[in-house]
Design a binder for this molecule. Structure first.
Ligand code: GLY
Ligand code: MN
Ligand code: MN
Length: 486
């Protein structure tokens, strides 16, 4: 890739730009600087339609405004993170910012300014389209001739339905502002520095908690996005089955790359590092190194999710026989996990305690472990002491949405101690994992790991499995694989 002439941004100094550009091509002559300013067609965009979720983001901001009357609220998108020198990691806007604005650009900040005892005026502070007058558009590493065009503030206002200002004015404005303020921390150190002596960690945490709990119940736009994410993910799983022979010839990386292709073509990205765990790697819960061999006769545990262009992710796991047929022991373990998942899914309904689906799935797994002679005593005793957890290891699910482990800052009483409501979406993902070095199980069990994970929406009268286009029952999995492998 080409080097920037100079990665500094023009506004960092008052000096004329021509004296600061001493990169690869040397300084910019006056004549060239003048030449670059003009001769460009007017490409301003007019009459842009608002983005699909604009109405929903307005409702979300209204709920936030009602919770914190009379206080200034600051919600940053985050900044680019340097990978090396003048290259950056790909950017993903903070969930809180994207949820409240629908915008995904770096350096953006949503500010809700109190309008009195109640109500707020929202302003979106953004990097505007890069400037032609000062040369930013071609000399700065983030200028539009380097990384592409940003929207002008007017264009952004039309798209997002929120008045917009230049974010470069914001730190000074925040420093001068008086009155109570809360900010979402951890995304934009520059903005936090402008607020230093006005915010407190405790007050900011209340804002973070509110924005986490506000996302527990999904609106219609969000449900549609989650369905889209699951549908794309199902296609990604099909892609993987079609190339299992190529993975056998190479490594788990072939699976990772194949799924990633689907995620990038149909969505924004993967929603979390894909777990492409073949053979004994399936017993490592978050195996994301994906550098192992893929062998016929073993299982592949694939835990992956497409994140949509609007930043909602699926989180789906299937445990597949690499040669297309489960052997007897693999099927016995698989069937047990399937039965546990069925029990878990059946427990997802409005009014049920959040913990019910976990308890239902754990009970089935404990029963199986006792039945197989791996645990002694009554199932009640096993569950009371949690003895099954040597092989079940993790909780049976979590909320799902813009974050894979969504609503993570919600209070216990609003999340794990709550009852389910229509619009909540959660994963049900029991598993059994027999480590390769576990001397307490018969040798043939060692190195087998099975997880089945689906994304379950709570509906008015029960639930809907958003990821049910992928088969789960063992015979159906085998038939589906046979159809794809041809
Ligand atoms: N993919 C991580 C999880 O299932 O929670
Ligand atoms: Mn999960
Ligand atoms: Mn998962």
């Amino acid at each position: 890739m080409a080097e920037e002439l100079n990665p500094e941004t023009p506004e960092e100094t008052e000096e004329p730009i021509k004296q600061r550009k001493n990169g690869l091509y040397g300084s910019v002559s006056d004549e060239l600087a003048e030449n670059m300013k003009s001769g460009w067609a007017d490409t301003a965009l007019h009459g842009l339609e608002p983005i699909a979720q604009a109405g929903h983001t307005a409702e979300r901001r209204a709920a936030l405004s009602a919770r914190f009357p009379g206080e200034r609220l600051v919600i940053p998108a985050g900044n680019l993170k340097t990978r090396s020198n003048d290259t950056e990691y790909s950017f993903r806007a903070s969930t809180e910012y994207a949820y409240l604005t629908g915008d995904q650009t770096h350096d953006g900040v949503l500010v809700l300014e109190p309008t009195g005892a109640s109500g707020h005026e929202a302003t979106l502070y953004l990097l505007p389209r890069s400037d032609r007058e000062n040369g930013e558009f071609w000399l700065d590493g983030q200028g539009e001739l380097w990384v592409g065009r940003r929207h002008s503030l007017t264009e952004a206002e039309q798209l997002l339905g929120i008045p917009a200002k230049d974010v470069r004015e914001l730190p000074a404005a925040l420093t001068e502002a008086t009155g109570p303020v809360r900010a979402v921390r951890g995304h934009d150190a520059g903005i936090e520095a402008a607020l230093t002596d006005k915010v407190t960690a405790e007050r900011d945490e209340e804002l973070r908690v509110f924005l986490s709990e506000a996302r527990l119940v999904k609106d219609a736009f969000e449900v549609a996005e989650l369905q889209k994410a699951c549908d794309s993910t199902a296609r990604g799983f099909e892609d993987v089955v079609r190339v299992l022979d190529k993975a056998e010839a190479t490594s788990e990386r072939y699976i990772e790359g194949t799924f990633f292709l689907r995620a990038r073509v149909e969505g924004n990205d993967i929603g979390y590092g894909s777990i492409c765990a073949a053979g004994p790697h399936a017993t490592t819960l978050h195996w994301v190194r994906n550098d192992g061999a893929v062998r016929s006769g073993e299982l592949l545990l694939l835990d992956a999710g497409v994140e949509t262009t609007e930043l909602y992710t699926a989180d789906v796991t299937r445990t597949l026989p690499i040669n297309g047929r489960y052997n007897e022991l693999q099927r016995k373990i698989y069937d047990a996990v399937y039965e546990a998942q069925e029990a878990g899914i059946a427990a997802v309904k409005p009014g049920a305690a959040y913990r019910d689906f976990h308890d239902a799935a754990q009970r089935v797994l404990a029963e199986k472990l006792v039945e197989w002679g791996l645990l002694e005593g009554s199932v009640e005793r096993v569950l009371e002491l949690g003895l099954q957890r040597r092989w079940t290891l993790h909780g049976t699910g979590h909320m799902l949405g813009m974050d894979v482990h969504d609503c993570a800052a919600a209070r216990t009483e609003a999340y794990v101690d709550t009852t389910l409501e229509p619009g909540m979406c959660l994963t049900v993902e029991p598993g059994l994992y027999f480590q390769a070095d576990d001397l307490t199980v018969p040798e043939e069990y060692r190195g087998i790991g099975v997880r089945i994970e689906d994304d379950i929406l709570v509906t008015e009268d029960g639930n809907r499995n958003l990821s049910d286009s992928l088969p789960r029952q063992a015979d159906e999995v085998e038939a589906w694989m046979a159809g794809l492998k041809g």
